[in-house]
Write a protein that binds this ligand. Structure first.
Ligand SMILES: [Zn+2]
Length: 323
């Protein structure tokens, strides 16, 4: 992970550490040098989520698998975090019955790497865009809700600015994740793992876009605590997870890629939520939540989106906006 940070954060000299905290979160610390802290809880949850998906036999071109879909209502009504909560992940046949299948090891590792990268690149975005500055100095991802029903305009504006920083950091994570994949696969001598991934998963720019959108789908499903509503969403430091994914899809539609025609980008983004749901819901034995993203598709959320969109240019300048 330190290599990824060094490659993608320029001269910022960002440090990285795992903490023992069991909460599911990552934090950018605006110290000197800046740091990214990922909790054990988040790393463990990503290991378990990757393992559950691979154990269910998803990604059928990797190894010997035959997935079946047997959804259970009790899985569907709880958060993903609660569903996969168990003893901490261990590399043991009891948890990873496929551990002697080399190809499934590869897809497990790459799934885990991709989700972890998305999280870490998001935090690099906060640091690189100097999100410590400005009227909302709240620490990212502390999930602090500003309590109270009746609010004043200043609280609401602070929330919009904080949420604009989150959307800016997500956009950085998305774009940098794509660049990183292309960079890694562009070398002449690929190691066996990358060779396999190139042959079966991410050999073209279009497939790399598909995989990046899928990884983001998993990350936001994991992060959605499903404890928000419109009222809390307008005052929270972070937008609801499906709202963030919807914003990411909007950003993906604006992607400019020399080897990806606009029509292919539109096709990939249009199918991303259905594809994500298919892989995710079969893998986790859930009924599809057809309204997961539609929950944020009403006028009130559109109005929030427009306010965030108007703020974004203030929070996407590398090194921070000049006063
Ligand atoms: Zn953040």
């Amino acid at each position: 992970m330190r290599n990824v940070i060094a490659m993608t954060s320029g001269s910022l000299g960002i440090d990285f550490a795992l903490t023992e905290n069991t909460d599911v979160q990552a934090i950018a610390v605006f110290s000197s040098p800046p740091k990214i802290l990922m909790t054990f809880g988040l790393a463990d949850a990503m290991c378990r989520l990757s393992s559950v998906l691979v154990t269910a036999g998803m990604f059928v071109s990797f190894g010997d698998t035959d997935p079946t879909w047997s959804p259970k209502l009790q899985n569907t009504v709880i958060t993903v975090e609660d569903q996969i909560r168990d003893e901490p992940f261990r590399w043991h046949p009891e948890y990873t019955p496929w551990m002697n299948d080399g190809e499934r090891q590869v897809i497990f590792a790459y799934l885990l790497v991709s989700m972890s990268r998305f999280i870490v690149l998001h935090e690099i975005g906060h640091i690189g865009y100097a999100h410590s500055h400005g009227p909302s100095g709240t620490s990212p991802r502390l999930a602090a809700l500003i309590d109270g029903q009746a609010t004043n305009e200043a609280d609401r504006r602070a929330a919009i600015i904080s949420q604009a920083k989150e959307i800016a950091a997500d956009g950085f994570a998305f774009n940098t994740h794509l660049c990183l994949q292309a960079h890694e696969l562009g070398v002449a001598d690929l190691d066996p793992m990358r060779k396999l991934l190139t042959e079966k998963l991410i050999g073209t720019p279009r497939l790399r876009l598909r995989w990046t959108l899928l990884s983001a789908y998993f990350v936001f499903q994991l992060l959605d605590r499903r404890n928000w509503n419109l009222e809390t969403a307008t005052l929270a430091t972070h937008p609801p997870a499906p709202f963030r994914l919807k914003c990411l899809y909007a950003a993906a539609l604006e992607l400019k890629h020399p080897d990806l025609p606009e029509s292919e980008i539109i096709e990939e983004v249009s199918g991303a939520r259905t594809f994500g749901s298919a892989v995710f819901d079969v893998g986790l034995k859930r009924f599809p939540d057809l309204f997961w993203i539609d929950q944020v598709a009403d006028e009130a959320f559109d109005a929030i989106f427009m306010e965030i969109y108007a703020e974004l240019h203030n929070w996407t300048v590398w090194g921070g906006k000049k006063p």
